[in-house]
Ligand binder design. Sequence first.
Ligand code: PLP
Length: 288
Amino acid sequence: MSIYPIILTQSRFLHRDQLHYPFEERGLQFGDGIYEVIRIYQGNYYLLEEHVDRLFRSAEAIKLKLPYTKTELKELLVELMSRNNMSTDGKVYLQATRGSAPRDHIFPKDVLPNIYAYVQDLPRNIDSLKNGVKTITQRDERWENCYIKSLNLLPNVLAKQTAKENGCYEAILHKNGTVTECSSSNVYMVKDGKIYTHPATNHILHGCVRMAIEKFANDLSIPFIEEAFSVEDIGLADELFLSSSTSEITPITQVDHTEVNNGKPGNITRQIQTAYEKDANIHSAIEA
Ligand SMILES: Cc1ncc(COP(=O)(O)O)c(C=O)c1O
C-alpha cells in the first residue's frame, strides 16, 4: 500500500520526508488528538462531507480548535489528491493533535494543533466482500466516549490483534453481553427481514458508512432499527455484517466458530452491498 509523496501539514503541502515530529508532541505522549480515514474511489472522496462533519464534532468534544472552516479543509483534501495525481482506489488518513509543547497534562497555551494528512492506495478487499469474514466476540473495554474518533486506540488494537491471532478478521465487542460495535467497524444483525444495530450513542463511533446504510435501508424499504442486540441474539441471527470506510459492507459468516447463515453472505447484506456500490459509483465486487 504505497503512500503518495506529497502530504498536507497544517495548511501547507510538503514532501513526506520533510515532516519531522518533535519529542514532546501531545498526540505521541497523550494520544491527545483525533483522526479520520476517508475512502477514495478512482481519485474521488466518498462521504467527504460526513467525515469532515465528524472531525469537527470530535474536535469540539475534546476542545480542540481546528485552524480551518469545513470548506477550507475539504478544499485542502481535494488539493492533496490532485497534487499527488492520485486516480486510484485508496484512502486519506488525517490526524490533528493538540500540538507540540513541554509534557504536561494541562492544555498548553497558545499552541497550534499539529495536523497532517496523507493519501495512499488501498484496493478493495474483493475476497472479503464476496465471501464474508470470520469474527470473535470480546469484551468492550473502551471508555465512555467512543463517539469521539480519538487517537487512543489501544483497546481497539488489542481486540483486533486477538481476533487476528484467532484467525479472524474482526472482534465483535460487547458490554455485559450487549453488542456495541467491532474494533474498527460498526456491526449489524439481520433478523426477520429487519436490520438491527446499536443506537448512535456515546458507546459507538457514529460511522459514516453506518449513516449511509440507514439511507440505503430506507430506500429499499428494509426496516433499520437502532436497537442494541446481545451476543446471545447473534446465535439466532439470519445474517450479520459490518461496515467501515475501508471494509465497506462486509458479510460476517462466522462468530466464535459458529457459522452464520450456513457460512454464506445473506440476501439483505447483498442488497446493502449493492446499494453502497451504486452510491459510491463503483463496480460490483460480487460479480468480480
Ligand atoms: C471503532 C469504529 N467503529 C466504526 C467505524 C466505522 O466508521 P466509518 O464508517 O466512518 O469508517 C470505525 C472506522 O474506523 C471504527 O474505528
